[in-house]
Ligand binder design. Structure first.
Ligand code: SF4
Ligand code: SF4
Length: 467
């Protein structure tokens, strides 16, 4: 029996969906296998965003595309986009009691969604389950009255990232003494079998004294160094800096306007359902970058899930008009270089690299069509042999693969196509993965190190055969 649920005050701004179905109406849809496709009674724009699912179940197709990794790996429709949309609608209709976000049904339906955005790009109706899940998670924490420790640990990574290098010894001990890993699994829910990220001895922003490159007359760009590229892989940020400088751009480093802590897009907070904290990070970033974006200066990012958040989820954070200008300026490095090449403005001093690269695309690169740009930029390197891996999500998906209850399914996702392809590659084949999670998954699953596109370009500029 359905139960009326009290009005939901959503944490995200769903107003973009408010007019959805107004013309032609939801009644004409054959959604959820019934003739009644009207959105749930509670939830307003959020309910309408769930009702975008029309029930034709393209998400149950495993033959092509990337949608939906959890269905692909389980072959169970209870882990498909469609089932998630149906369950969310039922929850908002009050079918799972007065506290729908705490219900077993909704929790189980959302449990294996890796927020890959495959549905947003491949579902014929663009169901954005990754964002629907964020709201469901935020509502769950409200109903629970707290956010669990593990989720807070993952979410707050950018706030304590500067201290991570002092904690590397814990990682080393954890790897040497299984009892410590087992204890962390027991107390924190972090999978004992997975490695944890190691911070670099010196982060990029501290070691880079310049705030802007010396190319006084070059076209201006802003390099936005995310938490992961700054603290875990500063060599990637350095490579991007070198590449842009060598190409003659006047590169500004994105720095906070008022305090010392580096900028952060807010991705880890958003993924964990901590929307107020994500909004606070996004506001700091907007304060720092809007003056550049307002002048039409490209804002270049390296980590797909961080940079693309500026073009996507920022619209749902209710941050006003400034987001529109920023979204127009925000580009991944590969998108920027491909665009410059098309405009005949790119002068990268690339020398031949006589080797093969095997490329794994991050889910969000695929969802936003950035893989074409990857291909275009890699083709600029003479003699380079390029192969793209046809795979869905790598399975790491931020913290998903580190969570004890998800570690096995995470690896199964990687084993669908990605890891077998990497194991079949010759040792001298260079692996490319622009996502920090993807590189982590490849390291854990195939004991191989993948590089970022920026590092390959840097090597091609130096014609450096060393890895
Ligand atoms: S999620 Fe998309 S593909 Fe799946 S049933 Fe709904 S509308 Fe169809
Ligand atoms: S975001 Fe990815 S895992 Fe989640 S429902 Fe969509 S396609 Fe499936």
């Amino acid at each position: 029996m359905s139960e009326k649920i009290s009005g939901i005050k959503t944490k995200l701004d769903w107003s973009a969906y408010e007019s959805y179905g107004s013309f032609g109406g939801f009644d004409s849809f054959d959604s959820f296998g019934t003739s009644d496709a009207a959105p749930a009674e509670s939830g307003g724009g959020y309910a309408k965003a769930a009702a975008v699912c029309m029930g034709k179940r393209h998400c149950h197709n495993k033959d092509k595309g990337v949608m939906c990794p959890s269905f692909r790996v389980t072959n169970d429709e209870k882990h498909s986009t469609h089932h998630r949309a149906v369950t969310l609608k039922a929850a908002l209709d009050g079918n799972y009691g007065a506290h729908p976000f705490m219900s077993e049904e909704l929790t189980a339906a959302m449990s294996l969604c890796v927020s890959c955005k495959g549905c947003k790009s491949e579902c014929p109706h663009g169901v954005d389950m990754a964002l629907l899940r964020v709201e469901a998670l935020a509502q769950r924490w409200i109903a629970l009255g707290r956010v669990p420790l593990r989720e807070r640990l993952f979410a707050y990574t950018p706030r304590f990232a500067a201290h991570l290098k002092r904690l590397n010894w814990i990682n080393t001990l954890r790897e040497r003494i299984p009892l410590i890993a087992q204890g962390m699994e027991h107390w924190l829910g972090i999978a004992a079998r997975r490695s944890l990220p190691q911070a670099a001895a010196r982060d990029f922003l501290t070691s880079q004294p310049q705030a802007v490159t010396a190319n006084e007359n070059g076209r201006e760009v802003v390099l936005l160094v995310d938490t992961f590229s700054n603290h875990l892989d500063p060599q990637i940020a350095q490579a991007a800096w070198d590449v842009l400088q060598a190409a003659g751009y006047k590169v500004h480093l994105a720095k906070p306007a008022t305090d010392e802590r580096p900028l952060c897009c807010g991705r880890t907070f958003l993924s964990s359902g901590l929307i107020d904290e994500a909004r606070a990070e996004a506001t700091r970033l907007l304060d720092a970058i809007t003056p550049f974006a307002a002048r039409g200066i490209p804002v270049i990012g390296l980590e797909p899930s961080c940079l693309l958040m500026l073009r996507d989820e920022y619209h749902a954070l209710g941050l006003g008009e400034r987001v529109t200008a920023l979204a127009k300026s925000a580009l991944l490095l590969e998108e920027f270089l491909a665009r410059e090449h098309d405009a005949k403005r790119l002068t990268l001093p690339l020398k031949p690299l006589n080797e093969k690269v095997l490329v794994h695309g991050h889910c969000h690169q695929k969802a936003f069509g950035a893989m074409t740009a990857m291909q275009k930029v890699l083709r600029l390197i003479p003699e380079l042999e390029i192969e793209f891996i046809e795979a869905s999500c790598c399975g790491m998906a931020g913290s998903f693969g580190l969570e004890a209850e998800h570690a096995d399914i995470s690896m199964q996702m990687a084993e669908l196509a990605l890891l077998p392809k990497i194991r079949a590659a010759t040792p001298d084949t260079q692996l490319i993965a622009n996502g920090t999670s993807c590189r982590h998954q490849i390291r854990d699953g195939a004991a191989r190190e993948a590089k970022h596109l920026a590092q390959i370009l840097q090597r091609a500029m130096r014609n450096d055969p060393t890895r």
